[in-house]
Ligand binder design. Sequence first.
Ligand SMILES: Cc1cc2nc3c(=O)[nH]c(=O)nc-3n(C[C@H](O)[C@H](O)[C@H](O)COP(=O)(O)OP(=O)(O)OC[C@H]3O[C@@H](n4cnc5c(N)ncnc54)[C@H](O)[C@@H]3O)c2cc1C
Length: 394
Amino acid sequence: MRILINGVGIAGPTLAYWLRKAGHAVVLVEEAPQLRRGGYIIDFWGLGYDIAEKMGLIPQIRELGYQVREVRLVDRNGRRTGGFSFDVFGRLTKGRFTSLRRSDLAATIYQALDGQVETILGDSVATIEHQGQGVRVGFDHAPPREVDLVIGADGLHSRVRRLEFGPETGFEVSLGYHVAACEVEGYRPRDELVYVSHAVPGRQVSRFSMREDRTLFLFVFRDQYLPTGSPSSEQECKSALASVFADVGWECPQMLAAMEKAEEIYFDRVSQIRMERWTTGRTALVGDAAACVSLLAGEGSGLAMGQAYTLAGELGLSRGDHTVAFARYQERLMPFMQRKQASAAKFASSFAPNSTIGVRFRDLVTRLMGLPAVADFFIGRELRDDIALPDYGF
Ligand SMILES: Cc1cc2nc3c(=O)[nH]c(=O)nc-3n(C[C@H](O)[C@H](O)[C@H](O)COP(=O)(O)OP(=O)(O)OC[C@H]3O[C@@H](n4cnc5c(N)ncnc54)[C@H](O)[C@@H]3O)c2cc1C
């Protein structure tokens, strides 16, 4: 089949990899003029780790990854108030856990395509016309094409979803936070392999020291702190952060000053995408476009890879009958993804607690995380992927 995938993040290239292995003709389309760099760090384990292993990518992923040692929570004077050793993740996943830039994971998966998949950069699917035996796809720039299937792998704010299923407002569920991330160069102090974080009610700021003298900053705050509606330009995002974190203490003054020089900033609502179906006609959605779990699940990338692998596998099993494949893809994964979403949504209230008592209680719980039983209770359940994906025999 001729299959067009909109979006070259995590889900898009994973799907392209498995579809190509099954002999389909795949085209990838990405709106950015080049694959996105920087961004933020993700934890990577579970389903995604298993699929990356099937793709032979674990050595590269581990080389790019960071084996984080500790999460350290500090007060406004930088004194340790809580945290835990990251060993717990290694223990609970039998060492199958690492943390790396989202963009490094995306690039590693893309490189696995060996330049064999046609990729259109700086463009986007703009129209989708179903025509009986196929689909006519229009783009912002390129001439239209006829394909058999269109896949939306274009993330949380998917345009394919909007074109085929309706406005985002029908599917986006806010978890009540905004998140921002950026990388800066030459920031001091550095704490190698330690994720250092400071919280006041409703606002949390963290930093992580990376290779090449770079540092990642991550800002998370409850929506009520955003001065006016969502900022649109990069400068508006920086100004909004400067205002939200002005009185938060700790290293905020120097972090905000350093942030001003950051080349790129990620800024968005923390939301989930909840849909009753991920497919319609000859179109299907994968990854965040279909079922964004949000950063609070800490697993969106792995789940996006799981969806991509399953969709490709089911297309293979159904021998080209996309209606059967689409139905099986959704049946197999929908309940699992809904459970992941429910558990991330439950965690939302304790992520950046809204009161001083809440912040102190969270600090206390993280200190107790050194006890295996407590760690298993709070983390173990979340780390288990209670699903086994078939070996599709690609
Ligand atoms: C701060 C933060 C922390 C996170 N932490 C973790 C974590 O610890 N572990 C984890 O596994 N996950 C984490 N996630 C979630 C994870 O990043 C996503 O779930 C994952 O990237 C989803 O992959 P995707 O391919 O569906 O979408 P994306 O990775 O968002 O890729 C979508 C691609 O589509 C492109 N695109 C968008 N619109 C168009 C268009 N109209 N036309 C063409 N292309 C388009 C985009 O440029 C992008 O390249 C985190 C997310 C955030 C925001």
